[in-house]
Design a protein around this ligand. Structure first.
Ligand code: CS2
Length: 512
């Protein structure tokens, strides 16, 4: 067994700059992390950022020879990432797994790390420094504290109000606005802010949230800041894609065995990676397009395709799979009924709602998605994706449903997925009785609904009344309501596996 230098046995040294020459040369970071200076601040330094934007940035610097795009990561909710990274000089490894095997490389693009909740002033300072030219964000859907029904800032959120009142900021939007305000006052150069979360029109949404916060907090300065920002700050929309399951002890052991160094911040991911960015930068940026990022005029078609096909299928498989007792996404799609269901969900419910970019091969894209879901090397837990459903459903499933109902069709597969979420949050157990933990910012209210449930009608009506999740017009749609009641009943009568199998026997998309 491999043990760390701090643990018993003292056999494997920790990954650090002064230990890097122990790692095989092809896995060491290029450029040398010691030569980098910080030009990017990233809010939300979770596993996704470390497996995605940080990798592109390191590769872009390797190709261009630039050394000014080091990243200062800011962790939001917990200091755990900072605690793992700081003793490693912010180095970590990316373990790329697939049926073909496992690859590893060390990433050194992150050069500093701050804990937002403990160092708010330092975060503002970093955001305001003239050498910071790009800010990127991955703080998950809930991190924005927006109302999914209209994308605007929740002005009744106590944390938002407290930040708007002037305390050192704890919310992401508060941090960003304080940083922008400091840049405005110090006449710092222009800045590009790239939202890299799975939200529709993520850049436009973020710009609106910033504007809302300014309105709440800055009084008459809000207008002056807005007019400066209009000329000096851009918020391009982006689409990001890479599946990043939570790393396990086995991943950490494999990384140690490959590197000969212990890495407590390893991230595990798939070979696939995609980044589509609207080409609206306010100033300099890394040469991301040299290393696979696509710069386009309009991200909307890519983003809708990805959110509805990939993330929509993910959420459907997460709830139906968890109820059926599948631990991993690959377990779920290994069942022919689940695979058939997923294809039908994509083809029958989602595809007609999409505007496909010119020349884009949608058939191959969907096939590739099925392959990615089925990859057994990637142990992506259904329960990980099931997290924060109240924040994800509107963007991943409800848009598809509203669009299909509007066109006079019955999106039966998407409705079964929403019904599975309803059962997941109200029953909280899989069909064989295992407890399914509810990790959701609305957990208290969702549990209150669960406590009052009696029949499928009552459960569906109570959940549909949650305006933060279901827009009023969709909630009032009688076809939607009837489909949900039928699906909730099917799930309880047949179990998730039975309901998934039986939907395959329905004629596809009967007119409503
Ligand atoms: C997943 C996403 O956890 C989830 O909700 O659907 O993180 C998904 O893996 C990524 O968006 C893939 O790009």
């Amino acid at each position: 067994m491999l043990t760390s230098e701090d643990g018993p046995g003292q056999t494997v040294p920790r990954l650090r700059l002064d230990q890097l020459d122990r790692a095989p040369v092809e896995w060491r970071p290029v450029p040398d992390p010691r030569t980098l200076s910080v030009g990017i601040v990233h809010l939300g330094t979770g596993a996704f950022h470390r497996a995605h934007q940080a990798v592109y940035t390191q590769q872009a610097m390797a190709v261009s020879g630039e050394t000014s795009w080091g990243i200062c990561g800011v962790t939001q909710r917990s200091p755990a990432v900072a605690e793992a990274l700081l003793p490693q000089d912010c180095l970590y490894s990316v373990l790329e797994r697939s049926a073909e095997g496992t690859k590893i490389r060390v990433i050194g693009a992150i050069r500093d790390i701050l804990v937002a909740q403990e160092q708010p002033e330092k975060v503002t300072d970093r955001l305001a420094r003239p050498e910071t030219r790009v800010v990127t964000l991955t703080v998950t859907e809930k991190g924005y504290r927006s109302d999914p029904s209209n994308g605007r800032l929740r002005a009744d959120d106590p944390e938002v109000l407290a930040d708007a009142g002037g305390r050192p900021p704890r919310t992401v939007i508060g941090q960003l606005v304080r940083g922008l305000e400091a840049r405005w006052r110090s006449r710092a150069p222009s800045l590009t802010v790239l939202c890299c979360d799975n939200l529709p029109h993520n850049g436009d949404t973020l710009r609106d949230l910033v504007e809302d916060f300014c309105g709440l907090s800055l009084g008459s300065d809000a207008v002056r800041l807005a007019s400066w920002a209009k000329d000096n700050v851009t918020f391009p929309n982006t689409m990001v894609d890479r599946i990043v399951p939570a790393a396990t002890d086995e991943d950490r052991r494999d990384a140690a065995a490959l590197l000969g160094l212990e890495d407590r911040a390893v991230v595990v991911t798939e070979p696939f990676s995609q980044w589509v960015i609207e080409d609206r930068f306010a100033g300099p940026r890394p040469a991301w397009e040299e290393v696979g990022a696509t710069l386009v005029g309009d991200v909307a078609p890519y983003e809708e395709m990805k959110l509805r096909l990939l993330n929509g299928s993910h959420s459907a498989l997460a709830y139906l799979g968890a109820l059926a007792g599948c631990e991993f996404i690959a377990d779920a799609v290994a069942s022919p009924d689940f695979a058939f269901f997923t294809r039908a969900f994509m083809d029958v419910d989602v595809t007609p709602t999409l505007t496909v970019p010119h020349g884009f091969d949608l058939v191959s894209y969907k096939e590739a998605l099925m392959g990615r879901f089925a990859d057994r090397a990637l142990r992506h837990r259904t329960i990980q994706i099931a997290m924060d459903g109240s924040q994800k459903l509107p963007y991943r499933l409800l848009g598809t449903i509203a669009s299909r109902l509007g066109a006079g069709h019955v999106p039966r597969h998407a409705c079964l997925a929403v019904a599975a979420w309803m059962r997941f949050v109200t029953v909280g157990r899989s069909d064989d009785g295992a407890v399914l933990p509810l990790d959701d910012p609305m957990a208290v209210r969702l549990r209150a609904v669960a406590a009052g449930q009696s029949t499928a009608e009552v459960t569906v009506a109570a959940l549909l009344s949650l305006r933060e999740v279901f827009p009023a017009d969709l909630a009032a749609n009688p076809t939607f309501r009837a489909l949900l009641i039928e699906a909730v009943e099917d799930l309880s009568r047949l179990g998730a596996a039975g309901a998934v199998a039986s939907i395959g026997r329905h004629p596809p998309s009967r007119p409503a």
